[in-house]
Structures are given as C-alpha cells and as structure tokens.
Design a binder for this molecule. Sequence first.
Ligand code: PLP
Length: 403
Amino acid sequence: MTQKPLPKGLHLDTLAVRSAVDKSQYGENSESLYLTSSFTQPDCETAARRFSGLEDGFIYSRFTNPTVASMEMRLAAMEGAEACIGTASGMAAVLLLCMGLLKSGDHVVCSRSVFGSTIKLIASEFGKFGVESTFVSQTDPQEWKDAIRGTTKLLFAETPTNPLTEVCDIKVLAEIAHNAGAYLAVDNCFCTPALQKPIALGADIVVHSGTKYLDGQGRVVAGALCASEAMVREKFIPVMRSAGMTLSAFNAWVVLKGLETLGLRMKAQSEQALALATWLEAHPKVARVYYPGLASHPQHALAMSQQNGLGGAVLSFDVQGKTPEEGRKNAFQLIDHTQLMSVTANLGDVKTIITQPASTSHGRLTEEQRLKAGIQQHLIRVAVGLEHLDDLKADLSLGLDSL
Ligand SMILES: *Cc1c(COP(=O)(O)O)cnc(C)c1O
C-alpha cells in the first residue's frame, strides 16, 4: 500500500516509531514480519531487471527483505545516516566493515580499549590476510596521529568503552582520519543514537550491536552498519550478497520494535545509572566509581557535550582489595550476595546485570594485558536496567554490607 510520505525534520522519537517500508495491502499498523527466504517475480523480464540491479525489488533474503529493510530505514533515520545495512550480530557488522573497506596491505588504527572481539577480529583474523593494525590510547589523540601511515584506511573507535567508560573525542578523531584520507568508524553500542550521533560529529560509519540497547530486552543477537548511501551500496551490499552475514527477518523485527522505545529507555536507564553511581561514590566500601555522568570522571565535560547530557547506563566501580587475590575474593563475594541482579556478561537489557570483567568479558586476556587496560580484579561492572532504584540499591547493599 503506498503511504503518505513522512514529513521532513522529524525528531528521533518520532522516526523511531514511524520510519519503515510501505505497509502491505492489509494496512497493518505494526510493521509486518516477512518470514520468507525468497520473493516471487511477476515475469522473467522483471526478474532479470531486479537481479541485475536495474530495478528495485525484493529477491532473496540473504540480501533483501522488507522487515530487515524497515529496521535499516529506521536505524539510519535515527542515526542521521543516509543508509544502513543489518547484520547477523555486532561482530558480523565489524566483519562486514573490514571486508568492505580493507584489502591486504591496508592499515587500521584502533583504540586499545574497544570490545575484545573487535580487537581479535582486526588484529588476528584480518592480520592473517595481511591487514596491519596499531592499537592506541582511547583518550590521547596524539597517539592516533602518530600511528597514521600512508596505508592507513580506517580508524576505529568506541565510546564510552567497556567496562571503564573512557570517552574519546569523535570530532577530533574524524579530523585525524580525514586529514589522512581514511575513514572513521565508531561503535555506538553504549550510547545509541538516543544519546550520541557520531555521523553529525564527523564519523563516516556507525557500527552497532543490536543485541544491546537497540533490542533492549535481551532477546536477539543482531547488528548493523550506518553510512552514506554510496558506501552501503558500493562497499557493503556486494559483500553481504556474496558472504551472507545476514540479519534474520525475525531478529530484525524484534530490533525494529525495540527501537520504538529506545529514547525512553536510554533516558530512564541513564538517570538510574547516574543516581546509582552517585550513591556508590559516597559509599564507604567503594574505592572508585567510573561513570561519565559523574563530575569526577576524567572526560566528564566531553561526555556531556558529546552524549546529549546523559552518561549512558553502564557504570563500573572498584571495591577494596590490597592484592589481586583479595580484590577477586571481594568482587565475587559482593556479586554472589546480590539476589536480584543478573549475573551474566551481556548488557543493554532492562534487567540490571552485574559482572566481574576480569573473569568474564576480559577473562581471555593475560594478567599483564588486563592491568594495562586498567581492569583489575576488584572491578565490578553494572549495566543498569529499569527495576526501581531503591530495589537496586538494596540489592547492591546486600553485597557491599557483606564485605
Ligand atoms: C556486544 C558488543 C559487540 C558485539 O556485538 P554482538 O552482537 O555480541 O556480536 C560489539 N561492540 C560492543 C561495544 C559490544 O558491547
């Protein structure tokens, strides 16, 4: 069914519930879930035109599906990007990014503090195919500048980082990338477009794990890349068509519905996180709190200007621990005394999650790599959800009072 086009200049919260492909002939108000692997063609001439790209039309769900297209339209609109391509997971998005933009001999500069699997994929897997990489400080732009080579094609950043919430300056990194004739990709998983719009700050590509806040209720694994229409069409769709790191229609539909409440959730969960971080910072059993919304955070001012005045929903804190053994014992004891929070390494859920990064998300690092990344045994990460604040404080108190 052809629709009235959306008015121009709509706000993120409106785009989040209204951007989608046209309704079917039945006029469904909630977007349809098209569970089909292929699409029938009206005749051979039309099929030939569609297969050769001369005419738009759905062909085969490895690279074209209306439910996935709705998710892509909606996320692109929210990020302020021209286009988006959905992927099977956040890591599949990083894979597609690297396959689409890099070849043997190219060089990548990446923050040392990005998601662990991103480091492994770029350094080890793409290293095998002759892609070179340098890992630099999250917060010192001079290190990024010094790492640039003639062959540098891509700068990759993530902000704020997991679990220490270090913030990098997207505008400054975009300038460094563009002066070198390279692209800047930003993993926007922690902030989402509700808080931070990397493209408006100069980034060329936004990387997403839809598994986290975009779905927001811990149901599916999904991912996406947002970029210019030309980059998506010329660099990413051909790789998707050959390699098939495809987002399933079902998972796309779940994320599509999740996006409708993204703005509300990010605001509510950020407010809860700030309240919890403030309370923890004043607690006698807590040694240090890491949260961009706190005035004590080293990049507080940058975070507030770059993130729409909100700190996001992830915070970390150190309990006491004079030795690594004592720190680990205290962290485990605190977590095991909570009764409400989920003990799992995921984040981006409405259920609050508590983890000890050193033994879970960062457990594959050596003790030396971990210390270099600042992740000590006494560090605890909380990804704050939507339970009542008093219940979250009471739950953490069970742990803190046990120490
Ligand atoms: C989880 C995560 C990823 C990977 O996403 P998956 O959907 O799990 O593949 C990438 N970057 C960040 C920042 C993440 O938190």
